[in-house]
Design a binder for this molecule. Sequence first.
Ligand code: F6R
Length: 241
Amino acid sequence: MKILIVNDYTEMSRKAANIVASQIILKNDSVIGLATGDTPKGMYKELVRLYNNGDIDFTEVKTFNLDEYYGLDKTNSQSYHYYMMENLFNHVNIKRENINIPNGMAESIEKECEEYERKIEEAGGIDLQVLGIGRNGHIGFNEPDLKFEAKTHLVRLDDDTIKANSRFFESIEEVPTLAISMGIKTIMHARKIILLASGEGKAEAIYKTVKGKITPEMPASVLQLHPDVTLIVDKKAASLL
Ligand code: F6R
């Protein structure tokens, strides 16, 4: 596990964007796994800037998002689909058919999950996966549990996660309680992983990710077993290391 400790959110975002950009420059048809939430917003902004500068071209890039809320339509402003369009896809030349986000409105969730795994495999697997981390150590929406869930699946969100994500909704009652998420095996199969974390609130999760026991009760700890993971953490998130 490589750990890059940076000064602040801005530096974290720029470093992460540069890593994604160099992946795309070196392999123009890269398959990139993407995250949502507050953490990668600055990275997306920087990627849009690099695109506008002519430094990166998304024509052949394929993307797979980690997760989506169950029961939210693409057009719902709280959906991760909406978030991705707003923060990245509407601003770069990615082909719409190359964007993959689990469909939270799928009639058969089981089929949707199987199909998602199949599409990732057909694309040749994920070259670079971008991750954020929950305060409880979740990656994607793989919540602390007694076992690791391997593949894309339906998840019941933790009370902690619902509370944390209620900041994006008008009230806590509006936060979906279910989501579709890539599994731990899906994530671990990515050739490279970068995990971003900023702020004191993530310090304990980062400490346990790096130095803790590998356990499904702290899902990010499994990253210790991946051969190519880089943590990009600001000083506050790294304060317990
Ligand atoms: C989002 C995702 C989540 C977030 C995590 C941190 O697609 O998979 O694991 O990365 O909840 O969220 P923020 O960045 O809002 O603190």
